[in-house]
Unconditional design. Structure first.
Length: 266
């Protein structure tokens, strides 16, 4: 029987290539290694008001709600893609209904804060929605390009967002402030401490620094998209209806803008 002629690799047959000195077979990945936790920074971010949006558009105009949700998803997708390409970092994100989960190495904490600041500013300016979330560092497993995320850090980030964030802010726990200190960046350049002692991402300030924008430029953008009237009207509407848990979210954002001197006529 005549043996089939083998294709050559770098001038060698396949059998010769395998026997080449120094050639080692790939080391098999053990099952327990695939299922082992690693240290990750995880951010859980929730879009506030999606349920109301869906309720308002149900009878043949649900496309309005879907279009708005898809626009927000596109902002997250595009912003994340740009950050990954320009910084060349390993960053994954997953969308779960009206929430987004971001996972990366703790060493890239500053990059993550800048990304979340961009997303917060774009969504409020382009979609008129507020975000609430939390960032923590701890054990997690991420597989299938971010489609599979599990671990104590993920659970903690979700619980912090749900129970402690309260207002439209992305809070950080102590593990994140420690990571920022290790990065040799000043905490006050990226975080602000609220009246309840929680540190949160100072997203307007970070966005201005990243994009080299003045306060007047931010004011102009917010004014052009009618954000000032939107926040004021939603605060008054919910306050008059005694929906105080909702009105306080808009009130908090108004006060945050005023403190940073980016509120109209401020």
């Amino acid at each position: 029987m005549v043996k089939n002629k083998q294709k050559k690799i770098a001038g060698l047959t396949y059998d010769e290539w395998l026997k080449k000195p120094g050639k080692k077979s790939a080391k098999p990945v053990r099952r327990e290694e695939v299922k082992k936790y690693s240290n990750k920074i995880i951010a859980f971010v929730d879009v506030l008001g999606i349920k109301t949006l869906i309720e308002q558009h149900r009878n043949n105009d649900e496309y309005k709600a879907i279009d708005k949700i898809e626009k927000m998803r596109k902002i997250v997708e595009d912003s994340t893609k740009i950050e990954k390409q320009t910084k060349n970092v390993d960053l994954e994100y997953l969308q779960i209904s009206d929430s987004f989960v971001f996972v990366c190495d703790p060493k890239t904490v500053i990059m993550l804060i800048e990304l979340l600041s961009t997303i917060q500013m774009r969504i409020i300016n382009e979609c008129q929605f507020l975000l609430r979330g939390a960032i923590t560092i701890g054990d997690a497993i991420v597989r299938e390009f971010g489609k599979f995320i599990i671990g104590p850090a993920y659970i903690q980030a979700y619980q912090l967002q749900e129970n402690d964030a309260i207002y439209p802010r992305i809070i950080v726990d102590r593990s994140v402030t420690k990571a920022i200190k290790k990065s040799a960046h000043p905490i006050k350049g990226y975080l602000q401490r609220d009246s309840d002692k929680e540190f949160f991402v100072d997203y307007v300030k970070v966005y201005m620094q990243k994009e080299s924008l003045s306060k007047q430029k931010i004011k102009s953008r917010l004014s052009r998209e009618n954000i000032f009237n939107c926040l004021r009207d939603r605060f008054k509407e919910n306050y008059q209806k005694e929906n105080h848990n909702i009105s306080q979210k808009y009130g908090w954002t108004i006060q945050y803008f005023k403190k940073l001197e980016v509120w109209e006529n401020g």
